[in-house]
Structure formats: structure tokens, C-alpha cells
Design a protein around this ligand. Structure first.
Ligand code: SF4
Length: 306
């Protein structure tokens, strides 16, 4: 049996958990390659016009995997840190079943609905039952996989904190979802552009999730989406430690349009720029805007040092 894992959406939040789990169980898997322009073109064929770019990318990855594995792995994750996730993460299964109805795809999933204790662990237990894996073996594989994911996140978070303290370069906090900043087509060009301009990118997504979501309560009581709360909390926590912030978003996104507007209105004391990536242009033309933005940061820095 071979499982196909799309390199898209929540893969960027659960990579270690998923791959270590299958490694421990000795289950073969394939991860679709990095996103390219072709991935987006292929995914767009299955999407309606209003679909957001990350979902078009996701469908492009499914298109790649559709005839290369026995099952496509598509968990439904309804909540994170006791908050809602975007509806698209709950709808992945149905979305794929409908868009690829001519291919009769087999989908492997677990449902993490987030409203009971040990929700994720229970969901993995059910997944193991479906795969006819002995309870104790499945439990051990999940434990090891969960630990691996946790250590990875801890390491990443500590690393960001260390860079923040030690670098002498101007620091820019990048506020972007995991699947945007982690994607080769969306996030990587922005990181490279900033580095070329002599700026140190600080990735909000890499900071401790619990801490950031908790901090977001100081800013808003009503924002429903966990992953957006993470970004708001990171901005609140690190606003005094960075020189500016880049809101990196994809078109069109309901949660981001509301949350980004709120951040721009609420954080007037920190230089903020919003960059929107769409399926047609990608990051083309953004270099000039980032150049002007870093000029402002450098000017502000020099003035403060005088
Ligand atoms: S949060 Fe926005 S970008 Fe992400 S899946 Fe939902 S609509 Fe798409």
C-alpha cells in the first residue's frame, strides 16, 4: 500500500507528525513535489473562479498524486488551540471527492474535530483500526510521531527567538499562514527578496502556537480562526522586537481579508505592508514594493540611532 501526501495546506503544519507516524508503521508514502506554476495551472482546472490560491495549489498536488498511490491522505482538522479553522480544512475530503469524481480516488483520513479530550489521539486510533494495525503498535507510532512534531516546533521557535536577539540586521516579521510561507511558489521568493535587501526575515508561523493564540486575546475577543489568531498574537508579542512587518496573503481569502484589515488599523506604530499573491502574477512585481519598504525601515533605524 502506498499513501500519497499532498505538499499543501496542513502538510506545512503537520509534516513531522504525519511522516513519522507512517515511518513508524512501515507504511510507504509519497509526498508530491514542491509547487510550481504548472501545479497551479493544473489545480485551477478543478477549481471554480472564487477559490483561494492555496486550494488551487492543493488541487494541483492532488492532480499529481492521483495515479501514483493507493490512497490520498486528507485529514479533516476542524479546530486548533480550541479555535476554529477555515472551513476549507473541513471540506477537503468532499472537495476532492467532487472535483476528482471521474477518478474514483481512495481517500485516507482522520477527523480531528477538537471538541473532546485527546481528540487527535482518538482520531489516530480510529485511523489505525481502519488500517488493521494492532492498537498498541498504533498508539506507540502516534506517541513517537507527536513527540517528533513537538520537538521540531520547539526547536523552530527557539531558533526564531535566538535570531531575533542576536541579529544586527533590520528585522521584518512575516505574517503568513504555514502553507503560504512554507510554499516554494508563495513564501520562498519573498524570503529571498528580503534577504537580498539585507533584512532578516522573522517567521511568525514558527513561534509557539499556544503562546501566540493566547496573546491574541489581548487584541480581539471575537476573531474565530485559530491560524489567524496565531498571526495576530505573534504581531502583538513581537511588535517591539522587529523593525517592521509584512502581511503575506493569498487571493482571495475570507479570514485574511478581515484579520489583515484589523492588523493594519490596530498597529499604526509599526511599519506594515500587505503583499497579496494571486494565481496569475505570483510574486512578480513585489520586489520594488519591498525595496521601498526596507528603505523606510532603514531610514527609521538611522534616525533612531542619531
Ligand atoms: S484561510 Fe484563506 S487561504 Fe487559507 S484555506 Fe481558508 S480561504 Fe484559503
Amino acid at each position: 500500500m502506498k499513501i500519497g501526501i499532498p505538499r499543501a495546506l496542513l502538510y506545512y503544519k503537520n509534516e513531522k507528525l504525519w511522516t513519522k507516524f507512517f515511518d513508524e508503521l512501515g507504511i510507504d508514502y509519497i509526498i508530491s513535489p514542491e509547487t510550481t506554476k504548472e501545479t497551479i495551472e493544473n489545480g485551477s482546472k478543478y477549481a471554480i473562479d472564487e477559490t483561494c490560491l492555496p486550494i488551487k495549489i492543493f488541487l494541483g498536488h492532488i492532480d499529481y498524486l492521483k495515479d501514483k498511490c493507493d490512497y490520498i491522505f486528507l485529514p479533516r482538522i476542524e479546530r486548533a488551540q480550541d479555535r476554529e479553522t477555515c472551513l476549507n480544512f473541513r471540506a477537503q475530503y468532499d472537495l476532492v471527492k467532487n472535483a476528482f469524481r471521474d477518478y474514483n480516488l481512495n481517500i485516507l483520513f482522520y477527523n480531528d474535530m477538537g471538541h473532546k479530550e485527546h481528540k487527535e489521539e482518538k482520531a489516530f486510533k480510529k485511523l489505525c483500526k481502519y488500517l488493521h494495525i494492532k492498537k498498541s503498535i498504533g498508539k506507540y507510532a502516534y506517541k513517537i510521531a507527536k513527540q517528533t512534531q513537538m520537538y521540531y516546533e520547539m526547536f523552530r521557535s527557539e531558533n526564531q527567538e535566538n535570531i531575533l536577539k542576536s541579529t544586527k540586521k533590520p528585522k521584518v516579521l512575516i505574517l503568513a499562514h504555514a502553507y503560504n510561507i512554507g510554499d516554494k511558489y508563495i513564501g520562498e521568493p519573498i524570503i529571498h527578496m528580503l534577504e537580498k535587501l539585507g533584512v532578516q526575515p522573522i517567521i511568525a508561523e514558527y513561534f509557539d502556537h499556544k503562546k501566540c493564540v493566547k496573546e491574541s486575546n489581548k487584541v480581539t475577543k471575537t476573531l474565530p480562526w485559530s491560524y489567524n489568531r496565531h498571526l495576530v498574537g505573534a504581531l502583538e508579542l513581537y511588535k517591539d522586537a522587529v523593525d517592521g512587518a509584512v502581511i503575506l496573503t493569498t487571493y482571495p481569502c475570507g479570514p485574511d481579508s478581515m484579520c489583515n484589515d484589523m492588523m493594519v488599523r490596530d498597529y499604526k506604530d509599526i511599519p506594515l505592508i500587505t503583499l497579496t499573491i494571486d494565481a496569475q502574477d505570483g510574486s512578480a512585481g513585489l520586489e520594488t514594493r519591498l525595496e521601498s519598504f526596507t528603505d523606510i525601515l532603514n531610514y527609521k533605524r538611522n534616525n533612531n540611532n542619531e
